[in-house]
Design a protein around this ligand. Structure first.
Ligand code: MG
Length: 513
């Protein structure tokens, strides 16, 4: 079923005209088509938010979205690390199709999200939307920034093209000013650049001031769009709560959870700023906000790395903790408050937004489904399977696990350095690749922690679901066309973003203080 009409279009014409002439909030008018805001946290685990059960997190704004919107209990990213997960969110396709494997992009990566992939921003631009991205991109920089967001459908961009640990962060200032950031990060590459559209405007970035800049950018964009009565799409991809943890003065030492809690608190502050901007622009009731995280927590950082709650393992694995994420959809007056246990994924964001805005779907194989029934009709999900590729996805091994309904079958399991330091040895790097035939089968509704595989003596009773899963896997893998790996194209240090174009010696000359 189609979503209900946006509230403003249900208003009598005279009232809409009155609203336009008198203005709302800061004297701004309401565009008739809905605004769309996608908020993405980084490496935030299933158990990291108070509204998902964490006892000492403080996130009043996210909690408000959860209380007044639809909270998802069974929402998945399409990968357990940053780059492929983000590719899936923006394209509605498994990242194997777009070639975003194995692993993630580096500052000098030659490849990026291929320019012939269609992002949700490009779909919305065709619908007359203004589009902006702020924060962490991590889908490639390439030669002279050819893969940046402005080449993927975003009118404006302010942010860092990759993870903020992919530069020598010990040279960066954290708060208080005399404190070095915790940890060493990557060495031998350029200092972290801040990019506006296609230009490096700061190198290194100032961590204590970064979020405030992002929030101002987001607010200006929303207010401008409302003033021009243009529908808008904002993709706000925060660096929080990826390692190394940082926060500005307003948030440092303010949480109960130490550096990660401070970073999370600052992210929540940004959510509050965006809500305020929407309210001030008079468009809060005409905007869909969708919040989630790109992948599970980096458990190798111990308590600085996040928490997967009751789920097994975290980042880098195909256990639930690697790919099952907190998610919230919020749209006052349109999405009824509550919790859904339906299966959904970041892959579904593009088809859902397309359906909502009347945008035409790209003519390529999509892996997402319209979530309209879940959001607007409290109905059933069109999705009943989820396929889990490992970080080093390959045609040879195929998917590592499949969820169908309440059951999940692991064909392979493997630990990851990203999930080291948990008490569970299955998560560690030295839990090597292990095939399972028959697959390890879990009932995720009875056992969401994947603690108790249905034993071999139980299996005869479950052969029907194993057969069904096997059939789905076969069909899926037969239809899967792997794109050319963009990450295996390798790196060229000369491609790294630099504020002093053509300077030598790199990377040390790429700095402006
Ligand atoms: Mg991440």
């Amino acid at each position: 079923m189609a979503p209900r009409e946006p509230l403003c279009s249900l208003l009598p014409l005279w009232l809409q005209l009155l609203g336009l002439s008198l203005g709302l909030g800061l004297g701004l008018a309401v565009a008739s088509r809905p605004g769309v805001v996608v908020l993405l946290a980084d490496d935030l685990g299933y158990g990291d938010l108070g509204c998902f059960g964490h006892p000492s997190s403080f996130t009043p704004n996210l909690d408000r979205l959860a209380a007044s919107g639809r909270r998802f209990s069974d929402f998945y990213s399409a990968a357990s690390v940053c780059s492929p997960s983000r590719a899936a969110l923006l394209t509605g396709r498994y990242p194997t199709r777009s070639g975003i494997f194995p692993g993630v992009f580096y500052p000098g990566s030659k490849g990026g999200l291929p320019l012939n992939e269609t992002t949700v921003a490009e779909l919305l631009k065709q619908q007359g939307y203004v589009t902006a991205m702020v924060g962490k991109w991590h889908l490639g920089y390439g030669l002279n920034g050819i893969y940046l967001p402005i080449h993927h459908g975003f009118d404006e961009f302010l942010g860092v093209p990759y993870s903020h640990d992919q530069g020598p962060c010990q040279n960066l200032t954290c708060f208080p000013p005399d404190t070095k950031c915790y940890g060493k990060c990557d060495q031998g590459v350029v200092l972290l650049p801040l990019i506006r559209n296609n230009t490096v405007v700061q190198q290194p970035v100032s961590f204590p001031k970064l979020t405030a800049q992002y929030d101002r950018f987001a607010r200006d964009f929303i207010l401008r769009a409302a003033q021009q009565q243009k529908p808008f799409f904002l993709y706000y991809a925060s660096h929080h709560t990826h390692y190394p943890q940082f926060a500005s003065a307003d948030f440092t030492r303010k949480s109960m959870r130490g550096p990660l809690g401070d970073a999370l608190l600052e992210f929540d502050g940004s959510v509050g700023q965006i809500l305020k901007a929407l309210r001030d622009a008079g468009v809060e009731n005409n905007t869909l906000i969708f919040f989630t995280s790109d992948n599970g927590p980096e458990l190798m950082r111990r308590s600085r790395g996040g928490n997967a709650g009751l789920l097994k393992c975290g980042k880098g694995t195909t256990y639930e903790g690697g790919m099952r994420e907190p998610a919230i959809a919020y749209w006052p007056g349109q999405i009824a408050p509550g919790v859904t246990h339906e299966l959904a994924s970041t892959l579904d964001i593009l088809p859902t937004i397309a359906s909502l805005t009347g945008a035409k779907l790209p003519r390529v194989k999509l892996d997402g489904y319209d979530m309209g029934d879940i959001l607007f009709n409290n109905g059933k999900s069109k999705r009943d399977t989820m396929f889990y590729y490992p970080v080093s996805a390959s045609k040879k091994l195929g998917v590592f696990a499949v969820r169908k309904g309440r059951y999940k079958a692991h064909y392979y399991t493997q630990g990851s350095t990203h999930s080291d330091s948990t008490p569970d040895h299955d998560c560690h790097w030295d839990s090597f690749l292990t095939p399972h035939d028959p697959p390890l089968l879990f009932d995720l509704e009875a056992d969401p922690s994947e603690n108790y595989p249905l034993s071999s003596s139980d299996i005869p009773n479950y052969s029907w679901i194993i057969n069904q899963i096997h059939e789905e896997k076969l069909i899926f893998e037969q239809e899967m066309e792997f794109g050319e790996s963009q990450i295996e194209k390798g790196v060229d240090p000369n491609l790294e973003p630099c504020i002093n174009a053509g300077c030598r010696p790199r990377p040390t000359c790429c700095v402006k203080t």
